[in-house]
Ligand binder design. Structure first.
Ligand code: NAP
Ligand code: HSE
Length: 430
């Protein structure tokens, strides 16, 4: 009988149990595709007695996942614990030291230590694979590694966090409160252990930093990636954007500019005709603009046990077939330190929503403060009075920069007519 490809599974939560189940359910299919059986020989989680709906009694149990990475008789360790430091980092380093391949879904770990771990894996001639770390079930890493490797990539961008997209979609669809929808996303297993990573744009930033490294052959630069989340978005902003012909999406965008690579995560207005506009709920989408292939859009489930397990298994099957290649396409030694462009100097139009006291001269004063920064107004709408004599005013500008908008806003804040925090969003006409 052919020797099995032996797997040690660290983490038996939402993703880990789905990976275990998929290996059991599709045992014959995988054996046929790999040419030998895929077998989970060891597992590790915190609580041995927890009911998980899987039978792992024939696997060796380890309370300590780092000890498992060192001692289990496994060809590959699958890391599904999470977190940028601690057990996840240690077990990955130990597994590679012991000559085992590593497959992980952990974008936080790779955003912080990806370049160093890639180097360690290459030195050991072992695979470090992370398809599941970006956009759940969408095979975007493989697309960049294989199908698009002949292209110079100009821009990679998209909806990279399922929880945030789910919240924005449900707020728009049902008018439910932010906190209520977030709780539901957590119950469905979409959210990170710390949900502030989802709503604060950090999880999308982790993923974007990996996409940028792959697309542009640069070191992972999560340390230099500005991120804004969705907590300042009000249901009214979603409605105003819709009235203007846009939808609000939390986007990660990395692109070549004359000054270098510009990378950022922020909520943006996207035109109704753009392929990202109808991407709703927990779905993710990644758009690649490249020289030879032009534009490609990938859409699929960005979170949840099974879609993520699909990506983990794609890596496992590939590694079991003997595929070992640099983690970030370009060998780790050759990943460059490309200059990074200042994102507040990127040109583009903006959406600005203010709440102001409804009295003569207010609009003129605001327009004057914008004009001082040579910001030209494309359109302006004032809504009916919401509370007391305060009204929302929505302004769409012509092309300017975030830096100019922020200077104008600082000036506008000195007027005694503005109430509450403004909402400033870039309008992306890709
Ligand atoms: P999860 O449900 O919280 O599961 C984490 C697992 O790790 C649990 O089984 C837990 O054990 C175990 N664990 C935690 N600390 C441990 C330690 N010190 N030693 C041993 N085991 C430990 O997390 P998840 O949602 O499956 O996510 C796992 C990874 O996949 C994360 O990196 C996440 O970012 C990534 N990811 C998740 C999704 C998703 O939709 N959920 C999608 C893409 C990527 P107990 O069960 O005993 O507590
Ligand atoms: N918390 C993440 C999300 C899981 O909501 O997209 C998938 O990476």
């Amino acid at each position: 009988m052919t020797e099995p490809f032996r797997v040690a599974l660290a983490g038996l939560g939402t993703v880990g149990t789905s990976v275990f189940r998929l290996i059991e359910t599709h045992a014959e299919l995988y054996a046929a595709r790999i040419g030998r059986p895929l077998e989970v020989v060891a597992v590790s989680a915190r609580d041995r007695d927890k009911q998980r709906g899987i039978d792992c009694t024939r696997c060796v149990w380890f309370d300590d996942p780092v000890a498992m990475a060192a001692e289990a008789e496994a060809d590959c360790v699958v890391e599904l614990i999470g977190g940028e430091e601690g057990a996840a980092l240690e077990l990955t380093q130990v597994a590679l030291e012991q000559g085992r391949h590593v497959v992980t879904a952990n974008k936080a770990l790779l955003a912080h230590h990806g370049s160093a771990l890639a180097k360690q894996a290459e030195t050991a001639n072992r695979a470090l694979r992370f398809e599941a770390a970006v956009a759940g079930g969408i095979p975007i890493i493989n697309a960049l590694q294989d199908g698009l490797t002949a292209n110079r990539i100009e821009r990679v961008y998209g909806i990279l966090n399922g929880t945030a997209n789910y919240i924005l979609t449900e707020m728009e669809r049902t008018g439910r409160a932010f906190e209520d929808v977030l709780k539901e996303a957590q119950e469905l297993g979409y959210a990170e252990a710390d949900p502030s990573f989802d709503i604060g744009g950090i999880d999308a930033g982790h993923k974007l930093s990996l996409l940028a490294a792959l697309a542009f052959g640069m070191r992972v630069r999560f340390d230099a990636l500005p991120m804004t989340g969705i907590t300042a978005i009000e249901a009214d902003d979603i409605a105003y954007a819709r009235d203007l012909g846009y939808r609000i999406k939390l986007l990660g965008i990395a692109q070549h500019t004359e000054e270098g690579i510009a990378q950022r995560v922020e909520p943006c207005l996207v035109g109704a005709a753009h392929p990202l506009s109808p991407v709703d709920g927990v779905f993710n989408a990644v758009v690649i603009d490249a020289d030879a292939v032009d534009r490609l859009t990938f859409v699929g489930r960005g979170a949840g046990g099974e879609p993520t397990a699909s990506a983990v298994l794609a890596d496992l099957i590939d590694v079991a077939r003997g595929q070992v290649r640099p983690a970030f396409i370009t060998p780790a030694e050759k990943l460059s330190d490309l200059p990074l462009a200042a994102v507040d100097a990127l040109p583009g139009p903006f959406y600005l929503r203010l709440k102001v006291v409804d009295r003569p001269g207010v609009i003129a004063a605001i327009a004057d403060r914008l004009a001082r920064e040579t910001i030209s107004i494309e359109s302006m709408m004032q809504r009916a009075r919401a509370e007391g004599d305060v009204v929302p005013v929505v302004i769409v500008t012509h092309e300017t920069t975030r830096a100019a908008m922020e200077r104008a806003l600082a000036d506008i804040a000195t007027l005694d007519v503005v109430s509450g925090a403004p909402c400033l969003l870039s309008i992306e006409n890709f």
